[in-house]
Design a protein around this ligand. Structure first.
Ligand SMILES: Nc1ncnc2c1ncn2[C@@H]1O[C@H](COP(=O)(O)OP(=O)(O)O)[C@@H](O)[C@H]1O
Ligand SMILES: [Mg+2]
Length: 362
């Protein structure tokens, strides 16, 4: 049996570039070399693609020759950018895009993969775009009847026009403390917890450095609980995990710097509550057009025990120590089997899509 040719895409123009490299490293090491021929493609901070020479780890790929994926259906192949480059094209059967953040996780890359006609792991254009945008997500989750913390939208335009008015409107609608967030980002970058009214304008200004759309949300004393999802129909929900940090909230340092951030798998919660969270996670997955995989994150009020959907991530962190793989490991799906399953799902979806009529035959 010939090996399946997998393009492992990682890096990208985002604050999560390094995280993505770490995820790609774990995936690369775990993909069974007897089944897969893996081609590593690093996307640099300028958005250019580099194909690694065979058998080198992801960190080395950035030095590889520059390639592109032409948006031409029929043959998904990486071709050298330099016309004089005599290197052969690299054909792919499936792409595993483990690129976080804008340009990778927001549907843009998925759009290119669609146009190139290649199977790929994870949500499609629509699902990726929706899940990336915390504000659109909220509207859809709200329509699906899922529990959410109250929020207000502030646009960068509004902030430029009338900063005091924007802050006053928000404070009128929400009790303090509040969380200010860029709508389309991750890794807690640009997120502020605001305790006093006077701190809101600065927080809004800072968040506006990252996005034209900001979210202000009622803040609660919260536990961070997460559920991993796998599959399309049926979709499988993992055990629930919890993140514990010594910090005020799960910020950038807690995610990537602190040594004492704990991932509890499974979370110490009642079985009945865990079941409710899993059911809510599946509903969120459907509401936000999830495909292949996603992680749904919840906030649980420390005093009342009530829970709220916080956000959904279409391409969660994927190092072997990350929450997503650990949740499935604890649910009976070891890391290499998880990768096999994700690739199978991508191929299966692609086969289904390829069978759809593109002509109207009367
Ligand atoms: N409304 C809130 N109340 C309490 N804590 C919050 C709230 N919103 C976010 N947080 C904390 O901030 C962290 C990061 O926020 P989140 O919306 O998940 O952004 P990101 O997409 O960057 O992960 C959460 O994991 C949680 O610890
Ligand atoms: Mg988060």
């Amino acid at each position: 049996m010939s090996k399946l040719r997998v393009g492992l895409l990682f890096g990208g123009r985002s604050v999560e570039h390094e995280v993505s490299i770490a995820s790609a490293g774990s995936i690369f090491r775990a993909l069974d070399p007897t089944r897969y021929e893996v081609h590593l493609v690093a996307i640099d901070q300028d958005g250019r693609w580099h194909l690694a020479p065979p058998a080198l780890p992801p960190q080395a790929s950035i030095a590889g020759a520059e390639v592109q994926l032409p948006a031409v259906p029929g043959r998904a192949a990486l071709v050298p950018v330099d016309a004089g480059d005599a290197r052969p094209v690299t054909e792919l059967d499936v792409v595993f895009p483990i690129v976080h953040g804008r340009g990778g996780e927001d549907g843009a890359l998925q759009g290119l993969l669609e146009l190139a006609g290649v199977a790929y792991v994870g949500s499609g254009v629509l699902g990726s775009a929706i899940q990336m945008d915390k504000e659109v997500s909220k509207r859809l989750l709200c329509a699906a009847g899922l529990p959410l913390l109250p929020w207000q939208l502030v646009t960068a335009r509004e902030l430029e026009r009338d900063p005091a008015g924007a802050a006053a409107r928000v404070l009128d609608a929400l009790p303090l403390p509040v969380f200010v967030k860029p709508a389309n980002l991750g890794s807690s970058v640009g997120i502020h917890r605001v305790r006093e009214a006077g701190g809101l304008p600065d927080a809004l200004r800072d968040a506006a450095r990252y996005d034209a759309k900001l979210l202000v949300e009622q803040g609660i004393p919260a536990r961070d609980l997460e559920v991993a999802l796998l599959g399309d129909d049926p979709v499988e929900a993992s055990v629930v995990g919890e993140i514990r940090t010594q910090r005020e909230f799960y910020d950038y340092e807690a995610k990537y710097v602190d040594e004492d951030t704990e991932l509890l798998v499974p979370a110490p919660i009642d079985d009945a509550v865990a079941e409710e969270l899993r059911a809510a996670a599946i509903r969120a997955y459907h509401a936000l057009e999830g495909r292949g995989l996603a992680r749904v994150d919840f906030l649980m009020h420390r005093d009342t025990g009530e829970f709220y959907v916080n956000e959904m991530n279409s391409l969660p962190g994927f190092t072997d120590g990350s929450m997503y793989p650990r949740l499935f490991e604890a649910s009976g799906v070891p890391y290499p089997a998880l990768l096999d399953r994700l690739i199978e799902l991508a191929l299966e979806w692609h086969r289904r899509q390829s069978r759809l009529e593109t002509l109207y035959r009367r």
